[in-house]
Ligand binder design. Structure first.
Ligand code: HRO
Length: 309
């Protein structure tokens, strides 16, 4: 089996495939299971100040081509994750703590307390699409800059930002200029494509309950959006800011496409929920075989090497 380890912001990952925040990573049991699995890291559910039940069910549904969710940040609250981090650090892989909140103050409080537990990295989630009445912070560059500058001051471990998808080069450029003014160490691209609507024509209904059926889209159908965002930020930072690609990874070939676009590693959400923890070994096998067949000795060897016509 090919060595699929990678280094991001100075941290070594034993494999370049890990879970996406939100996917099978809310409870202690789920996080420990990720630790025991072949996942390249343990990424936590985005945490808030208080424990949360999340939105009413049904709130996740898969369909041919992807998934829609409006979980509403169900999580144990940051103090529970702070207590868990020492145990999670005993697995031989990085722990990435995903931090969320409902105000700038929340993010600072949580990031500061979690940083003190020394996760290997912190991912600041600026892109939850599912809180009624709360727009995604990542669509407001000025608010994002204010928040990230405050969080940066209290975080000493490598700090990354989980961004929503953008659909215009002007937005990629505007965000990249903002991120250049904040010392971020990596990017996680992309969160779900927010506020999609899936309809069941048989029952003539929406398929999830919160927000009238609107929710974040994931899975195969968002892969081109994810690849475009990985590529756009890779180019804007001239390959000097590590990117974790998320969106539409179902096969080793999908991982390879993210790497070609500039990702250093990838995260899996929908396919992990649908297939379970065995997905990590399958993706490693598929990616390893594909890289070997193409003559690449490592994931790093193909990073960013996408050819243009
Ligand atoms: O919990 C959620 O509803 C959720 C979050 Cl926080 C997020 O960042 N992305 C998503 O698709 N769902």
């Amino acid at each position: 089996m090919m060595d699929l380890s990678v280094t991001i912001a100075g941290v070594r990952f034993p494999s370049c495939v890990m879970n996406a925040a939100g996917a099978l990573c809310v409870t202690r049991e789920e996080l420990v299971a990720l630790g025991r699995s072949r996942a390249g890291a343990i990424v936590t559910k985005s945490m808030t100040l208080e424990p949360r039940q999340g939105n009413p069910e049904p709130r996740y549904k898969s369909f041919p081509g992807g998934s829609i969710n409006s979980m509403g940040l169900p999580n144990l609250g940051y103090q529970a994750y702070a207590q868990l981090i020492p145990e999670l650090r005993t697995f031989q892989k990085p722990v990435i703590a995903s931090v969320a909140g409902f105000s700038e103050e929340d993010f600072v409080t949580i990031a500061s307390a979690i940083n003190a537990c020394r996760p290997d990295l912190i991912e600041v989630n600026l892109s939850c699409p599912n809180i009624p009445g709360k727009p995604q912070i990542g669509y407001d560059a000025e608010a994002s800059e204010r928040l990230l500058k405050r969080v940066r001051k209290v975080v000493s471990v490598p700090m990354g930002v989980k961004l929503p998808p953008y659909f215009d080069p002007a937005h990629h450029e505007h965000m990249a200029r903002m991120l250049g003014r904040v010392e971020v160490d990596f990017l996680s691209l992309i969160n779900s494509v927010g506020n999609g609507l899936v309809v069941d024509s048989e029952t003539e209904t929406v398929v999830i309950k919160p927000k009238g059926g609107f929710g974040g889209l994931g899975g195969t159908l968002i892969k081109p959006v994810a690849l475009a965002n990985v590529r756009a930020f890779w180019k804007l930072f001239e390959g000097r800011l590590p990117i974790i690609g998320t969106g539409g990874v179902v096969s080793g070939a999908d991982v390879f496409e993210h790497l070609l676009c500039g990702a250093s590693a990838v995260q899996v959400g929908t396919v992990l929920v649908e297939e379970g923890l065995g997905v990590f070994e399958r993706l490693e096998t598929e990616l390893g075989a594909l890289l070997r067949q193409k003559g690449y000795p490592s994931p790093e060897a193909c990073r960013g090497k996408l050819k243009e016509l």
